[in-house]
Write a protein that binds this ligand. Structure first.
Ligand code: NAP
Length: 234
């Protein structure tokens, strides 16, 4: 039976691979992104800035009206705006926190009501290994991605009695637009990965698909690194 799945940041990279994974399974995917672009086969797409809580509420409400209760939410939309802390502007700090952390909270809050009523659902936050290994130049991003772990674990306990699970996937270095600007630095980072190479968006999509499946129904509050061993011991 096809599920109602919402994916944020579905237009490109990891979000696009996650979306395609659910489409292949026959699910109804409502895709959210800034541009409104989405992989073909999506049931619906919305141009939404996840940092705008009322726009998120409107999009989720429209999706629920069309496809029924949300069964899977993947809060994946994210940005970086790197710089050393000493020179980081207020805007640079706030923008990264707003999209990566506030945006994830707004989408989870909007989707949760229908899950709790249906006593069924899976929320998956896409974090990063960055807060676990520490990345110079990414204090804003690491703080936001660490925040997702606290958000997920507290939320997991709030909704566990309603059979809603909440988990975190922490990707390592994945080959997307976000990492393409790294140039030679990405080779240096890849050399630190025990498996010896960057991951592909499909590597994340497979784990997200598992967490959203019945096979993972007894997993909640977990943080799962998908990183070729980069943050071993996370
Ligand atoms: P990406 O290729 O840069 O794609 C980012 C996606 O997020 C796009 O769909 C973009 O939409 C959307 N987005 C950005 N800001 C948004 C906003 N304000 N409102 C709605 N959508 C917004 O990035 P990616 O590498 O696939 O990363 C996906 C997630 O994985 C992010 O949370 C990222 O932090 C995390 N992650 C990535 C890596 C990596 O190595 N790539 C590692 C660890 C964690 P538009 O196309 O409309 O702009």
């Amino acid at each position: 039976m096809s599920r109602h799945v919402i994916v944020t940041g579905a237009s490109r990279g990891i979000g696009s691979a996650i979306t395609e994974h659910f489409i292949e399974l026959g699910d109804n995917v409502a895709a959210l992104s800034r541009s409104g672009d989405a992989p073909s086969g999506c049931a619906a797409s919305f141009a939404v800035d996840v940092a705008d809580s009322s726009a998120v509420n409107d999009a989720v409400k429209a999706a629920v009206a069309e496809f029924g209760p949300v069964e899977v939410l993947v809060a994946n939309a994210g940005i970086t705006h790197d710089g050393l802390a000493m020179r980081m502007s207020d805007d640079q700090w706030r923008e990264v926190l707003s999209v990566n952390l506030d945006g994830a909270f707004y989408t989870a809050r909007a989707a949760m009501a229908s899950m709790v009523r249906a006593r069924l659902g899976s929320i998956i936050f896409i974090s990063s290994v960055s807060p676990f290994i520490g990345n110079p130049g990414q204090t804003n991003y690491s703080a936001a991605k660490a925040g997702l772990v606290g958000l997920a674990r507290s939320l997991a306990k709030e909704v566990a009695s309603r059979s809603v699970t909440v988990n975190v996937v922490a990707p390592g270095l994945i080959d997307t637009d976000m990492t393409s600007s790294l140039g030679d630095a990405s080779d240096a980072l890849a050399a630190m990965i025990p498996l010896g190479h960057m991951g592909q968006p499909a590597d994340i999509a497979g784990v997200v698909g598992f967490l959203a499946s019945n096979l993972a129904r007894y997993i909640t509050g977990a943080v799962i690194p998908v990183d070729g061993g980069l943050a071993m011991g996370l």
